[in-house]
Design a protein around this ligand. Structure first.
Ligand SMILES: [Zn+2]
Length: 336
């Protein structure tokens, strides 16, 4: 998200100039096609656009940097979403036009005074003060709360806003919880959203990819977690005693068991921690094998998870009367 913000605000940087020159040509970032060009990061940025767009607003000064159809400058989102591509013809404004391109002698130069399709939009544009070339650079704003936009990016405010929205999905407490480790929460979130680059996603790029853990030809999120014999063995080792009858190789059943079962307070913390660490370690082992790193056995991965759990729990020192005081003792009871 921060990179997207920089793309709009660091006009002088080498990376931004490079992107504008080679990847965007003359079009808007919001309009760029996902054609597999550019680096891995660039393709991820393009995929994040739908999430990032509602956070951004443009304040028009000279209008030289703001795209008429794609930037949110009228508080209406992308104008092209309102009119469709036909709007470019009806308004006589090309797809790549900046706001400054559509003024002549201090007046808006758009067609369609008799435009019956979008009279309100038309009116709204004509009622907006005409930008002036001397007014200075256009400004980008980032949303910090529902009603507040600022000229700076804030990772924590953005995270807060996204977290509040996520509160409504049933699995949010499995992903985000106060004893969680951000790195693991994040990879769990990617997994729940099925955004990991597993084999089934690579297939659309023409790449056939088998599961490096067991050799199954069709790697997918559901296979890795935990239909795969390797990862299920690990999962059963570390969570078998916490979940008991609820152990299941099926992804949806597992996720549902986690968020809808009633656990004792300590077990509820442990089961989520161990779930996230298992996802992390299985994904790490899978990536290691794909990149020709030495293989770890299911027993070794199990031991790594157990070790991480101990470290994590002992690093949190709970007071004598805290409800999680016996957490480490409880982990020893259920650990592999
Ligand atoms: Zn497998």
């Amino acid at each position: 998200m921060q990179l997207i913000w920089r793309l709009f605000t660091l006009a002088g940087s080498l990376w931004v100039s490079w992107v504008q020159h080679y990847l965007l040509w003359d079009s808007s970032f919001w309009d760029a096609k996902e054609d597999g060009k550019g680096s891995w990061i660039w393709r991820k940025l393009l995929k994040l656009r739908d999430i990032a767009f509602p956070y951004m607003k443009a304040v028009v000064n000279s209008g030289a940097d703001v795209f008429f159809w794609f930037d949110n400058w009228l508080d209406q989102g992308k104008l092209i979403d309102i009119t469709g591509a036909a709007g470019t013809i009806l308004f006589g404004v090309p797809r790549n036009a900046r706001i400054s391109d559509i003024m002549t002698e201090g007046r808006w130069n758009i067609r369609g005074c008799h435009n019956r399709s979008w009279p309100t939009l038309h009116r709204q544009i004509l009622d907006t003060p005409v930008p002036c070339p001397e007014a200075g650079l256009d400004v980008r704003l980032w949303r910090h709360s529902d009603s507040q936009y600022k000229a700076t990016f804030s990772a924590s405010e953005t995270w807060q806003q996204r977290r509040l929205k996520r509160e409504t999905v049933p699995w949010s407490k499995v992903v985000w919880f106060s004893q969680g480790i951000p790195r693991y929460c994040f990879i769990t979130w990617l997994t729940v959203k099925n955004r990991l680059s597993t084999g089934d996603r690579m297939r659309s790029w023409g790449v056939q990819q088998h599961c490096p853990l067991c050799g199954e030809p069709d790697e997918s999120r559901d296979h890795l977690f935990f239909a795969c014999p390797f990862s299920y063995t690990v999962w059963d080792n570390v969570a078998g005693r916490l979940l008991g009858q609820r152990m299941n190789p099926d992804w949806s059943t597992t996720l549902c068991a986690l968020h809808s079962s009633r656990f004792a307070p300590m077990d509820w913390v442990l089961v989520r921690l161990v779930f996230q660490m298992t996802i992390y370690h299985v994904w790490k082992e899978r990536n290691g094998r794909r990149h020709q790193k030495p293989w770890a056995s299911a027993a070794q991965v199990t031991r790594s998870i157990d070790k991480m759990m101990r470290n994590r729990i002992s690093s949190r020192r709970y007071g004598a009367r805290h409800k999680l005081t016996g957490l480490l003792r409880r982990w020893f009871e259920v650990a592999p």
